[in-house]
Design a binder for this molecule. Sequence first.
Ligand SMILES: O=c1ccn([C@@H]2O[C@H](COP(=O)(O)OP(=O)(O)O[C@H]3O[C@H](CO)[C@@H](O)[C@H](O)[C@H]3O)[C@@H](O)[C@H]2O)c(=O)[nH]1
Ligand SMILES: [Mn+2]
Length: 358
Amino acid sequence: MVMENKTSLPLYEKIWVKHTFSRVMDSFTLLLLFLLLAYRVSSYNNHNFSCFVAFLCESWFTITWITTMSTKWTPAHTKTFLDRLLLRVSDSELPALDMFVTTADPVLEPPIITVNTVLSLLALDYPANKLACYVSDDGCSTLTFYALVEAAKFAEIWVPFCKKYNVQCRAPFRYFCDEAMANNNDLPQFKHDWLKMKEEYEQLSSKIENAAQKSIPCQLMGEFAVFSQTQARNHPTIIRVIRENKGISDVMPHIIYISREKRPKQPHHHKAGAMNVLTRVSGLMTNAPFMLNLDCDMYVNNSKIVLHALCILLDSKGEKEVAFAQCPQRFYDAVKDDAYGNQLVALPMVSQFTMLLV
Ligand SMILES: O=c1ccn([C@@H]2O[C@H](COP(=O)(O)OP(=O)(O)O[C@H]3O[C@H](CO)[C@@H](O)[C@H](O)[C@H]3O)[C@@H](O)[C@H]2O)c(=O)[nH]1
Ligand SMILES: [Mn+2]
């Protein structure tokens, strides 16, 4: 018997979920929809306007139904094998990664939220010298820049703390929400470090909060001077390296602030425009073969997420077939009963219910 070479084992596996019953039901529903449309066409009468409107609405519903169904047709769980990846690729061989965070408005998207997103990225379980975090600020906000400069200082203690105690959720505002976290580690030093870290985070929050209360968040001198002649929608490009990684022993990744050029009559193409600039600037500065993108109101809740994604992207099959890996989104601080439907829980239920009405 030949022992299987450990380095040739797949790095991920797709586990298909069986759902024959719901497939049969969905196919039946689709058949009913087509029959209904066929009936509308066959009984079409030029003078019956309501019949025409009904036909249009039902056609639209059928298209929406098919689109929704196609996303649920072949559900699968993806299982990744981190141990196999780490056997195959050593720390020094792991590829570099450029991480992009976009923010657009310091009022609608408070900088403390963006700061938490950035902190969760800086503390990822991945060699820090391979990581660069780029923040695109479409609001060209002194406050956002100030918050990032302060966050970079806090990160110098936050990142080692997360790694030392293997913290799972590395966005401090979520981590410190749960007092139980203070007691879930038996190391004698932990409680002391936890309290200190909480205090430091509260100081960072209040610094940013105080700066937000002022019309000018801080003195526009030194690295802030560049903001003295800018307007949110009329300014040249600003690129600032907030923190530079100093090599293999440094635990902090690069942090780069970018506010792309904006002119009043020039279309900026929203997030797509920002992403375009991020890829161009990072292409010149670090040019990593992989990119990770988060909105400013998201955070990483699994510190090994990059390794999981690499299991898919570096796998011999995945390498050829997969262009990107995306995590399912989970929502925090949702409004009771999801009144605005943000969590997309209601959509499948509504489409089933509408079917009943049809
Ligand atoms: O001119 C802009 C407008 C938006 N954004 C950023 O783009 C992201 C998403 O914008 P948002 O208005 O929050 O859209 P959402 O509907 O909440 O986001 C979802 O939908 C977007 C597309 O509509 C996707 O790009 C997002 O990834 C997805 O989370 C945020 O980080 C914004 O800061 C910019 O950088 N520049
Ligand atoms: Mn959003």
